[in-house]
Design a protein around this ligand. Structure first.
Ligand code: GUN
Length: 295
């Protein structure tokens, strides 16, 4: 049977429609308009396009969105001052500082300065701690998007062998943690592989659900996956540029090599990517409702 292609585009569209309705209702019933600020330091092209996409989506859903673009030589002090300003701004419910930051800025210091109630990325230690404990919090957007994709594609996670390749704070660690919790899209047996893993193939080949977030283009081949597995490819690697100037993207999974063997797989582009942005919108709505005392 041909593999099911798990479309992030379609899933994100369905969720965005739900969000747009809820955002409109929030405005008419409570006079609240969710507000998001994105802060970009420097001119990294990938970051520029992510931030533009975030603002465009916010706007389309009826979220008030502001973008702050700062030069690469902005001081840490100045960035902290701006974050402080938005912490105090009651029209803004969500603050997103696009990563990576230039080397001279301490990333942790900046992320820790964001009010946890406005931390729609879910990167602040308060939210990370709450997530580990299974308390209500802002879930980090990419792992949150993966959970939605698994749930909405009808993938059974309870008791499944889940193997995560990559141990980043943004994807690997949180998705592994969420999937082992007693929760929807959880209750899995989870293994994390990383650059020091001795025999990665041993692990990937026994995964019912394989989640790859390693940042290495096409690293996972067909002979490294189990027949009938569900594969979630988180990689977004720029491997070239089309004549139009548009970036050519590849995932961390060699899609063509893997697709005939698996039960379901997310494409790149159009898989996890659109979900990440959608979950940011969901978190911004949650932040606005929390600030208004509605949840
Ligand atoms: N850079 C890559 N992914 C992300 C993300 O989810 N949030 C932020 N703030 N920066 C990123």
């Amino acid at each position: 049977m041909p593999a099911q292609i798990i479309s992030g585009v379609e899933t994100a569209k369905a969720i965005r429609e739900e969000l747009a309705t809820e955002i409109a209702d929030l405005k008419t019933q409570h006079g609240v308009v969710p507000g998001l600020v994105t802060i970009l330091v420097g001119e990294d092209p990938a970051s520029q396009s992510y931030v533009a996409a975030k603002n465009k989506t916010a706007h389309a859903l009826g979220i008030h969105s502001e973008q702050v673009t700062l030069p690469a030589d902005t001081s840490e002090e100045e960035l902290l001052r701006i974050v402080g300003e938005y912490n105090a701004n009651t029209a803004i419910h969500g603050i997103l500082v696009q990563l990576p930051l230039p080397k001279h800025i301490n990333e942790a210091k900046v992320l820790f300065a964001i009010d946890p109630e406005k931390d729609v990325d879910g990167f602040h230690p308060v939210n990370v701690g709450k997530m580990m404990l299974g308390e209500r919090c802002f879930l980090p957007c990419t792992p949150h998007g993966i959970l939605e994709l698994l749930q909405r594609s009808g993938t059974e996670t309870s008791g499944a062998e889940v193997v995560v390749v990559g141990r980043s704070n943004i994807v690997g660690k949180p998705i592994a943690n969420l999937m082992l919790q007693k929760r929807e899209a959880g209750n899995a047996t989870v293994t994390i592989c990383h650059t020091r893993t001795k025999d990665m193939d041993y692990h990937t080949k026994r995964a019912d659900i394989l989640i790859v977030a390693a940042g290495v283009p096409k690293m996972i081949k067909g002979n490294q996956v189990k027949e009938g597995a569900v594969v979630i490819d988180v990689g977004v690697n720029r491997i070239g540029q089309a004549e139009s100037g548009k970036a050519i993207l590849a995932g961390d999974v060699d899609f063509n090599d893997v697709v005939d063997k698996v039960k379901a797989i997310t494409p790149v582009p159009g898989g996890v990517g659109p979900m990440t942005i959608t979950m940011l919108m969901k978190n911004t709505l949650q932040a606005a409702k929390q600030a208004a005392g509605l949840i």
